[in-house]
Each structure stands twice: as structure tokens, then as C-alpha cells.
Design a protein around this ligand. Sequence first.
Ligand SMILES: [Fe+2]
Length: 201
Amino acid sequence: MSRETKISRRKFLLVASGAFPAAAALMARGSVAAGELPPTRACSDKGDPTPPQMAGPYFKPRSPERDSLLTPAIKGATIVLSGVVLSTVCQPVPGVLLDFWQCDGNGNYDTTGYTLRGHQFTDADGRYRLETVVPAVYPGRTRHIHVRLQAPNRPALTTQLYFPGEPSNEGDFLFRRDLLMAIQEQGNTKVARFDFVLKLG
Ligand SMILES: [Fe+2]
């Protein structure tokens, strides 16, 4: 493990413990821009893996590699989602494939092309960052973003992320509170945080 990784993990654990608010400020001054890391669920040595959810009918393989799904044709409020992928013992996991897909602001999935679909890989510190638009609520489902994660040489985890404060969350048959993103408003942009925990053993 590199010195940088050790330091990053130490910062993360300090922040996760909630004991050192100053550590949060220190972390916010790191290479991920300040203000993009609102608190999320704590990881501990007993960290539970992120729960799986069904892929649904709209997953398509071979999405383009990109960390922004924004295009001139896409309308809607921008959301910047970032976080880290950790193991169940809170180690950052580099090189994890994250494949995101979602509907647009009208509730439609692109089933013929790759609009609002893209994959990326976590960096050396297990971090990822996605720019996209806020998906719509569509009949039968609350607002959500699909994602499939796969650490190198490990099975894939498919799940979904949810938006806090959505009236339709409680009536959604798949909604889980532990898949809620932490979201802050920064001007016209939503800044979201979600840390994934993968069981690698
Ligand atoms: Fe969906």
C-alpha cells in the first residue's frame, strides 16, 4: 500500500469515526474538490457490503468509457456523484469497474444507443466521480441511478442508488434507505456522495 493510500485511508477513518471534524476539512482539501464529499455512511471493520439490487430491463453491455454523461442534447439538473469503493475492512479498492445507466428527465432509457450510459474505473485511492443529470421518476419507480461494479477478477455487484427526500421512495418496491446518496445543493448543481463497500473475500 502506498504512503498516499495509507494517509487517505487514515483520513477516511478519522472522518468516518466522526471524532475529528477537522479531518473532514483536511480531506476536503485533498485532490477531490472541496465540497464534493458530504458525509455518508461510515465504514468500519464490520462494514456491511453494499446490497445488490436487480438490474432491471435496461442494462446494456459495452457502454462507453466516460465519467461525464452530459451532452448538449441532455436536459435536466446536473448532479455530480463521487465517492470511494471500499472493501469490507475499509480498504480502498483501485481499478473497480463502475458501469452507470439511468433514464433521462422524461423517464426514458436509451435502448438503441448509449445516452446516459457510461463506465469508468476507480483510481489508486478507490475513488470515482460521475457527472450526469437527475433522472426522472417514472411509473412504478422512484428516482434512481443504476450501477454495476466489478473489482478486478471478482464477481459483479449490481445495485441502484436513491435520492433522499423523494416522496415516492416509500412506495417503491425496491427502495432501501442504505442505498440513499448524501446530496447537497451547490447553486444549480446537486453534489452527491456514495461510498460502495464490496465483499472481496
Ligand atoms: Fe430504472
